[in-house]
Design a protein around this ligand. Sequence first.
Ligand code: DC
Length: 228
Amino acid sequence: MFDVKPLLVTIDGPAGAGKTTVSRLLAESLGYTYVDTGALYRAVALAALSENCQIDDDARLGEICRQLGLRFENSPKGPRLFMNEVDITDQIRTPEITMFASAVSARPVVREYLLVVQREMGKNGGVVFEGRDMGTVVFPDAEIKFFLDADPGIRALRRYKELQVGPGQTKISLDRVTQTMKKRDEDDSSRALAPLRPAHDAIRIDSSLLGIEQIIDLMLRYIPVLAK
Ligand code: DC
């Protein structure tokens, strides 16, 4: 028998491109673990907000990071994120945390801390990592890299629909979702450190007109048969 090393698969892209659903289903069909790295930045944001930490107080942010015990646990409803053994999966989906996560993600001290956490999670392969800089910075040697994008109007509409039913449920208008998404994309793409952009060797997929199953089928075609 061949001894096949499980691969590292990265899926980067802007908000609302469909990364979360696609990453989860792709991991499931490969029998791999799924890691939502945005949730890790959201956890740091939650901890920093609850301690009233200023966004530019790097010393304090570093301290907060070092005290975070973060781990994912599978459940029938999908992966749950625990911070120091408290399930924070639902709490980190509010609009306030969403914007603060984008701000903390531009701080070098936070990125350095999470770089180590993420690499540890991926050291044995067999993981689908979803994020912004997975293929460019965290796992530049990942075997398979995807960059999932979609038309901004379609992404905003998808995010708006999610907000109507998700845990962070609010009465936010489509206009407001479009504006905040635009601002967040600009911030995530223009920051100095690990900005959102496709890796030079990423397979780029535009999900605007594709259904989830079509995207998964397309991705599976790029994965070597022996790894499936
Ligand atoms: O994917 P998300 O919306 O849950 O991510 C929240 C924020 O975290 C996003 O605005 C950018 C940041 N992020 C990042 O900088 N790098 C990652 N690998 C994942 C997320």
